[in-house]
Design a protein around this ligand. Structure first.
Ligand SMILES: NC(=O)c1ccc[n+]([C@@H]2O[C@H](COP(=O)([O-])OP(=O)(O)OC[C@H]3O[C@@H](n4cnc5c(N)ncnc54)[C@H](O)[C@@H]3O)[C@@H](O)[C@H]2O)c1
Length: 218
């Protein structure tokens, strides 16, 4: 099976953005930005490896009309590095509550903090009326995940979780083939992912990753 284009976070964000315009979750929302999510104003909370190696570069390079209005991180050097990677003017915060309070114009927040903070940051953003893309896993407790989903419904905002592999055309193609009975009954699955580091076309961050990050796989 041929997949010309490996799925990238760009496509994920693009899909989420495109989907958002069609959902019209909040018909009463009067801003033109809601009508065209590619012009949304974003904030990114947590500006370490994942944000700098992926989200910030994608928002910067693939969505020229999107504006990252603010970055937030409690670690000053990570905040500075995040600002450097984004490379365009953005407000800097160490407190996401303050950031949300001072930027009512924000449409969406990308949560790239440690896992245990996905829930509180997401819920605060949703309660402030923002759409949220949180990194995976959604939360560290089922009750937190449930509250996040309920809060999104209550405030009629989109909550997306960064399970990008679920959007890979390769895996969808495999699933389609299995569904069509292409190999008969499935009896054994052996899976391995062979990939270069980094997203093609999106540079890796120059900072060497700690060794623990290079161990494992699946
Ligand atoms: N989808 C994927 O393939 C993928 C890949 C890597 C990481 N991730 C996820 O991305 C997230 C971040 O990963 P990472 O490797 O960058 O983690 P990291 O621990 O290196 O970075 C987290 C950042 O959040 C900041 N932070 C902590 N508390 C904060 C707070 N209260 N307010 C603002 N910022 C705060 C830290 O200072 C740090 O800069 C994790 O949830 C991880 O599971 C997903």
């Amino acid at each position: 099976m041929k997949t010309d284009q490996p799925f990238t976070r760009r496509q994920f964000l693009g899909g989420a953005l495109a989907g958002a315009s069609g959902l019209a979750l909040d018909q009463a929302h009067p801003t033109p930005a809601f009508a065209n999510p590619r012009q949304w104003k974003f904030a990114v909370v947590g500006t370490s490896y994942r944000a700098r190696g992926s989200h910030l570069q994608l928002l910067r390079d693939y969505f020229p009309e999107v504006e990252v209005v603010a970055l937030c991180d409690i670690t000053p050097e990570n905040l500075q590095e995040g600002l450097k990677v984004y490379g365009k003017p953005a407000a800097a915060y160490s407190d996401y509550h303050k950031m949300l309070a001072e930027h009512p114009e924000l449409d969406a927040v990308v949560v790239v903090t440690p896992n245990f903070l996905h829930a509180p940051v997401t819920i605060a953003a949703l309660e402030a009326g923002k759409h949220v893309l949180t990194e995976k896993p959604i939360a560290t407790h089922v009750a937190d995940a449930t509250k996040m989903i309920e809060t999104a419904k209550e405030h009629q905002r989109i909550l997306a979780v960064g399970f990008e592999m679920r959007y890979y055309p390769l895996f969808h193609g495999m699933s389609d083939l299995l569904g069509q009975g292409a190999i008969g009954d499935l009896e054994l699955v052996f899976a391995a992912l062979f990939a270069a580091t980094g997203t093609p076309g999106v540079g890796n961050i120059p900072t060497p990753r700690p060794a623990r990050r290079q161990i494992g796989g699946f």
